[in-house]
Design a protein. Structure first.
Length: 176
């Protein structure tokens, strides 16, 4: 049986799951003199996640990191399924899918490094930013042309919504 292209796989996506560091951020952490760790997130990624939510997609965050500033930013976008400090991403993924009766084949997961490896093997569309580790690039069905924190999340969400005919209908009339 021939393998489906990533564009064909995008037709079945109902759920987006993203890692934080290296995906929603560029992987750089700025450390203040008090030890606080600061990250930067891309506004266009935020717009796309909000558009996905408002268009009926599930959006979930699974990260090993546990920065409360990250949680606040994501909640402000309307994301409610935020799993920070996850010691086992596979277990968190399975629990999330069970809670919402999500078929793993309908999930697009974007990760960038070794902690994402095993969960990426379970989803219908494993994706990653351009600057991901070689091990992750080897198992990704789609590699964004954007680096982490610079629009890779926007790239995959926009592509899925365009393939499903929802991107232009999302913002149609909003600029009249």
């Amino acid at each position: 049986m021939p393998t489906k292209s990533y564009k064909e796989l995008m037709n079945q996506i109902t759920t987006f799951i993203f890692d934080v560091d290296g995906v929603l951020t560029n992987g750089t952490v700025h450390i203040t003199p008090t030890g606080e760790m600061l990250r930067e997130m891309n506004i266009k990624d935020g717009f796309a996640m909000k558009a996905a939510l408002e268009s009926g997609y599930n959006v979930c965050i699974i990260s090993g990191g546990s920065n409360e500033g990250v949680r606040i930013r994501l909640k402000n976008l309307g994301i409610t399924d935020i799993y920070l400090g996850s010691p086992d991403k596979v277990e968190t993924f399975k629990e999330y899918c069970e809670i919402y009766s999500i078929n793993p084949e309908n999930v697009l997961y974007m990760g960038d490094d070794i902690p994402d490896f095993h969960v990426m093997q379970l989803v219908g569309l494993p994706t990653c930013p351009q600057d991901s580790s070689p091990e992750i690039k080897n198992i990704a069905t789609y590699i964004s042309h954007k680096n982490g924190g610079t629009g890779a999340v926007r790239d995959v969400i926009e592509q899925v919504m365009k393939v499903q005919g929802k991107w232009h209908s999302y913002y149609n009339g909003k600029f009249d």
